[in-house]
Design a protein around this ligand. Sequence first.
Ligand code: NAD
Length: 514
Amino acid sequence: MTAVSHQPGTQTRSASFDSLDPVTGNVIATFPVNSAAEVAAIVSKAKEAADFWAGLGEPGRRARLSAWRATLVRRTDELARLIHAENGKPVDDAVLEVTIAIAHLDWATRNARSLLGKRRVLPGVLAANHSATLEYLPFGVVGVIGPWNYPVHTPMGSISYALAAGNAVVFKPSEFTSAVGRWLVESFAGIVAEQPVLSLVTGFGETGAALCVSGVDKLAFTGSPATGRKVMAACAQNLTPCVIECGGKDALIVAADADIERAAEQAVWGSMFNAGQTCAGVERVYVEAPVYEAFLSAVTARATSLQAGAGGSADYGAITMPGQLDVIAAHIEDALQRGGKALVGGRHSVRAPFVDPVVLVDVPEDSPALTDETFGPTVVIAKVADLDEAITKANASRYGLGASVFSRRNGQRIADRLDAGMVSINSVLTYASIPGLPWGGTGDSGFGRIHGPDGLREFARSRSVSRQRFEIPLRLTTFDRSDKAMGRLRKLARARWGHSKASSARVTGAAVPR
Ligand code: NAD
């Protein structure tokens, strides 16, 4: 990705940039660097498109989104080849990525009505003469800013759910994967041609920053915590609500009763597929002492046999963003200088644009290889005395995105004690492919949720309506209320809430589907 006559923030006429194949350096496509004025104009058109999209109603949107889903299925191989060319991952990994994104699009489409549609809510004793209804309305225009490591699955986690909730979307893909972003937008326009319900802006950070203050009604950001902070600050200017999905330093715990072969196989996959460029990838492994040596042998055997490359037989591909190679090399170097040992690979494993597998042990807990996101095909393995130590160390991170646990008997108990937004037991990252499960983290991993019911509601605002059905003598919200009415209120409160027994859901007015 190279910039051509790029002058950040100052353009009246667009500069442009090239998106490059990370392996060959060939130009995949050239894109405008959209200026703030251009972004504002695109958002303004999207506001009209939002009215059109909302006006289709849920059945109309469901029909269009289902047609888009079918198109994505039909054209998966074409899209996967483009992902391979622009991001560097193997075609099969790209097919898997697209397929998971399709499953989410389908889920969001099918569940929008039941989760967001109008429903009655029990009014409770204070308003027993009223009916109460709740519905979730679209915000209007949602801005989506995406990263490059999963150029389809990650932004689609916001785009699919925002569209299904009735919003128009303006999408700024990463400057490293803008061709994939444009492909998605054009494929949607093939289904919804009347209005730019899903539109594209391209460029660098300045274009993303312009989108944050462009008048969008909500902003969904996925990327690094440093950029997430800038996005939040920009959104604060207009009190634009935002969802921030950032990186991780995810831990995997191997208990003494785990299936060691399976744990090793998944640890290697979870840390090295997609060249380790996975926000919820495995970066740290804590292994109970009795199975430590067996686990190391199994991981070493598997990691040694992996091949990085661009050909069809490669297990994983290139590092997409050239600057990341320096981070990976620095983490390995620091770990080795501070007494760490490389069981697989080492300094020489970084050979741009590829990084061969690296397995590190005996790395101090405060070294960047264990505290910061490495985002490469590296993993640090540490021995722990027991599960308490494993859990304490897993939780001792400023990130809190995902985690995984391998244990035949205690998986759920360990999972319950992990400070992470998502946990897989006896597998890695499986929650990503379960559309009904929300996705998101805590701490430096961000806040808000995509996917699942929370993901749909993230892109909708509630509207509550109460309607008086009949008049009752006990009128409290009036200057005309009587002492008798207040006496009855006190009696009612004592009878209803004066005891310590917990109230049931019906009394508190939980939502009931209509
Ligand atoms: P990045 O933060 O560099 O960029 C992300 C996006 O933000 C890009 O489109 C970029 O152009 C844009 N951007 C840059 N500066 C901006 C600004 N000031 N205002 C608005 N937008 C701006 O991240 P990246 O290198 O593209 O992606 C890698 C990061 O994303 C990793 O930390 C990874 O863990 C994280 N990630 C998180 C998830 C998740 O779901 N939590 C998923 C995938 C990736």
